[in-house]
Ligand binder design. Sequence first.
Ligand SMILES: [Zn+2]
Length: 227
Amino acid sequence: MSTAPTSHSSFLFEFLRLLASERQIPAATLADVVLFAVSEKDTLRFAVPLSLRDRLDAWASEHGLRAASARVGGRRVGDWTVLSPDAGDDIALVVYGRAQEDVERLCSAEVAGDPAVAGRLLGYPACCIAAYEQHASNPTTWVERMVAKSGPGPYPCWANRLPLQRGAITFIGELYPCSFRCTAAVAHGRRVYAAMRQLGLESLAQQTLEQSLYPVDHAAGRIEFTA
Ligand SMILES: [Zn+2]
């Protein structure tokens, strides 16, 4: 892997400033932006209040990215927000990428509720895309299902999404893994860790690692992770 050019670093640092100043940008998006910054991801997707769209657009446009967006609403189901045009229009679904065709296809797939197409454009593993449809059909029990599918712990920390529930940053980003042990999801998380270090974000990489290793007390039991 080559060293990221300075412009890629400034792309990321400007995003980190946005993330720090705008609490309503989901922390999960950081891992995705890190992979995008090192050109290991072709598209980015955000669901933010409409008032934030212009700031994100300005950041993306400054770095020559293509954009597409739509207005949708959000409906809470458990700890998930299910987006759809039928639920209102107060949320901006914004998509950025290097190719106009990709961002338009991704935006349309997100609005249409087509996770198979959206997941593929976001570069997610096929096994995790398939599992996402199961998670989404009953979002209040996805953790229990993950634990059942993953077998006895401890689990590798790289595909650990659970710290996001307490506002921490993870290596897995917006990807819902099919299992804590999914080889493809673990590889995805490891790539984010490597990319953070490649970009000079050693302390962020270290902190994310520490947070991904915390055990989580959940209705499904005490869930433990290992490096
Ligand atoms: Zn998977």
